[in-house]
Design a protein around this ligand. Structure first.
Ligand code: IMP
Length: 433
């Protein structure tokens, strides 16, 4: 009993794309087990090492470490086509994948017709569209909560095809009601039936991998004293309950999601690593109080290579928002902060940090229930930039004084220490404080 290990949770504190993949990859050697707990192929976790770049969507970011076990938890939604493609792009041998990748039987499947529905639902929203990645995430989670979904474990039963056909028929009817015809729907540059064929081929491929009752497995590992790193996807401000609803994703991206998405009790959670960028970005629609529409925002986008790793869409860029960051820190009970992309701010003479908002003529220090952009203006503290190339720094003491002051100000504001600073995309570009 006394040897029971903990689950440390790592998650994004903004609107996703905080650099979680790289940080998991860096921390992975400390953890024998890495587990994804929510989201699906809407995520894009980028890892760079030995001059190569990999983007993972569903696979946990510990896959490149020899002895790590990687679990896709029950809270994740899986598109078999994306998963198979992603596996092949890692370049890893089938033996390695078989041994290192375990998939929860309770994870839900994204059907080709979920993608059809995602598209149909975004189409009818017109101006109010969410900017979904159109990977079928929302409809797959909808079926999960409507108790109608298909799960990985169902693949092993003879009723699988029959249940698949029933669900597909239902989706096609819903899509037609939304004025979207199956024959007009293009998915991954091909027809629905081409994609469906690939989907069934990938189901056959998945059958060769290990399916597990992950909640039992995970708790047994903890009992044996093996610590687990739970890897979140998207970001806290995209959480279905606490994000800028309805411009959110369809899962709980906050730390509580790790408990339900892996089957672990809250008392088993140890550290909560909260990752944030030194500035802010967002893809898709929805409120973004500190967004920059000028050349400063464009400069951040260019230097930070802020283009979506899943969709290639340009990311909206803006100054660091400490009101939003503090909200996320509290919701997640963050114990350790990790700041990424500090190097991107190196060529800005002055920087702005949002410390409150003016809302309906009053200064407030919280995110209001409904943000109408015109009604909300950020209040900024202006600070000097550091104008030094920091990509080769490996010691906190060697960082420019203005960057250290930037970090100190954040720590004091949110009342949690920054423990790691990432200074570039590569595995080696990291500073422990
Ligand atoms: P969905 O989850 O694909 O339906 O997208 C819902 C919203 O979340 C959209 O604004 C997406 O751009 C955003 N989103 C989903 N996944 C990610 C992610 O991994 N990083 C950043 N934004 C995301």
């Amino acid at each position: 009993m006394t040897n029971t290990a903990k689950v440390d949770v790592l998650l994004g504190l903004q609107w996703g794309d905080e650099g979680k993949g790289k940080i998991v990859d860096v921390l992975a050697p400390k953890y024998p087990v890495i587990a994804r707990f929510q989201g699906g192929p809407n995520a894009g976790h980028t890892l760079e090492f030995e001059n190569k770049k990999y983007v993972l969507h569903t696979i946990p970011s510990g896959i490149f470490h020899q002895n790590a076990v990687n679990i896709i938890g029950n809270g994740v939604v899986i598109d078999p086509v994306t998963l198979q493609l992603e596996i092949s792009k890692t370049g890893l041998s089938f033996e390695h994948i078989y041994k290192s990748l375990l998939i929860s039987r309770k994870a839900h499947l994204i059907l080709p017709s979920h993608r059809l529905l995602d598209f149909a639902m975004e189409q009818i929203k017109g101006e109010a569209k969410i900017g979904s990645t159109l990977k079928g995430i929302g409809p797959a989670y909808t079926d999960k909560y409507a108790r109608a979904g298909l799960r990985i474990g169902d693949i092993e039963f003879p009723t699988f095809i029959e249940n698949y056909e029933k669900l597909k028929k239902n989706h096609i009817q819903q899509a037609e009601y939304l004025n979207c015809k199956l024959n007009d729907f293009v998915v991954d540059n091909g027809s629905f039936s081409d994609y469906e064929k690939r989907w069934f081929d990938s189901i056959e491929y998945l059958k060769k991998l290990q399916f597990i009752d992950s909640e039992v497995y995970v708790n047994a590992l903890l009992e044996k004293g093996m610590p687990i790193l739970a890897e979140g996807a998207q970001g806290s401000l995209l959480d279905v309950d606490f994000g800028s609803y309805p411009f959110v994703t369809s899962s709980n991206t906050v730390a509580a999601g790790a408990c339900s998405g892996l089957g672990i009790a809250p008392s088993k959670v140890g550290k909560v690593y909260g990752i944030f960028k030194a500035y802010c970005t967002r893809v898709g629609s929805g409120p973004f109080p500190t967004e920059l529409f000028d050349e400063v925002g464009q400069k951040m986008r260019d230097i930070g290579r802020e283009y979506g790793s899943t969709t290639g869409r340009p990311r909206r860029c803006g100054w660091l928002d400490l009101v939003a960051l503090k909200y996320a820190v509290v919701l997640n009970g963050v114990t350790d902060l990790i700041m990424t992309k500090s190097d991107v701010l190196s060529s800005f003479e002055t920087l702005k940090i949002c410390t409150s908002y003016i809302f309906n003529g009053k200064e407030i220090d919280f995110i209001p229930y409904r943000i109408e952009e015109k009604m909300l203006q950020p209040v900024y503290k202006v600070v000097p930039g550091w104008l030094n190339d920091i990509t080769n720094c490996r010691d906190y003491n060697d960082l420019p004084a203005n960057l250290k002051e930037y970090v100190r100000f954040i720590e004091e504001f949110v009342n949690v220490p920054v423990k790691i600073i990432s200074t570039g995309p590569d595995r080696t570009e990291i500073i422990y404080k």
